[in-house]
Ligand binder design. Structure first.
Ligand SMILES: [Zn+2]
Length: 277
């Protein structure tokens, strides 16, 4: 029987993304703080539909907002690792990255009594060490790469990219990759960001994004008997009124098409049980 899974995932950055970029003046901090308002709205919406989601939370945010994070756990949602701070692994030394994985997991263990099974890198930029470090720290899955859309796969380590020869693929590991895409992330569609180097226009009409997101589910349903589609939202982005209506319409539209909502950890388990002999 066909089964089409949807993982709603929320990257609960609050102000940590702005702090990681050195944007620590009051306005960007307040922009991140709006994530607390958004989180309350999202928790209420998910409760109304009985949906369990996966929340990827940096350790610094767990320590900044322990009560809010406890509400997320009490509502039955999964907590995933999203770095200690929001600095992308590619910008860290191996030692810094390892220390952040350990420290973030300590915060998660204090919050929910167990370590995270899943990791999602800040800004989706893994370092050459990330896969090995995740394996050493006992993670079951990562959700930061883009080599598929509806089908999880096993992450490689030891790739060699070279200009004077073909790309050399490293060995496949036991780490499950739950693929993502910028097109299924609210941030680039909606956030207006101006820095000295660039302007991200954002501010798309929510109906256009909704149609793209529903169409990606429809294509999975038409072409595969089993698959997982992952949407990524940020409470301070999706939490605005017109986007909350979009999220509600997304859930309604997916339910009409027969979607089965699951946490990412549950989707990983289903993938593993299907792919083992
Ligand atoms: Zn993030």
């Amino acid at each position: 029987m066909a089964r089409h899974i949807v993982c709603l995932t929320f990257d609960f950055d609050v102000m940590s993304g702005w702090v990681a970029r050195g944007m620590t003046t009051p306005t960007p901090i307040s922009r991140g703080e709006f994530g607390i308002v958004g989180a309350g709205r999202i928790l209420a919406l998910l409760e109304r539909y009985g949906i369990r989601a996966s929340w990827f939370v940096p350790g610094v945010i767990i320590e900044t907002y322990p009560e809010v994070c406890a509400r997320v756990v009490e509502a039955g949602h999964e907590i995933g690792h999203h770095g200690w701070s929001h600095v992308p692994p590619a910008a860290l030394t191996r030692e810094q990255e390892e220390a952040g994985l350990i420290r973030g997991n300590q915060a998660i263990e204090r919050l929910c009594g167990k370590k995270a099974r899943g990791y999602r890198s800040p800004a989706w930029d893994l370092s050459p060490h990330t896969v090995d470090l995740l394996l050493a720290q006992g993670f079951d899955y990562d959700s930061s790469m883009m080599a598929d859309d509806y089908t999880p796969y096993r992450a490689r380590h030891g790739d060699v990219a070279q200009l004077d020869g073909p790309f050399l693929f490293g060995a496949t590991t036991r780490l499950i990759e739950m693929p993502i895409s910028w097109s299924l992330d609210d941030y680039p569609h909606f956030e207006f960001v101006r820095t000295q180097a660039a302007v991200l226009p954002g501010l798309m009409a929510s109906g256009a994004v909704l149609q793209n997101w529903l169409d990606d589910f429809e294509y999975m349903r038409r072409t595969l008997d089993w698959g997982v589609l992952t949407y990524t939202c940020h409470p301070y982005v999706i939490g605005r009124g017109h986007r909350m209506l979009m999220l509600e319409r997304l859930i309604e539209g997916l339910l009409e098409q027969g979607a089965a909502f699951a946490t990412m950890a549950d989707a990983v388990d289903e993938f593993v049980s299907r792919s083992s002999p």
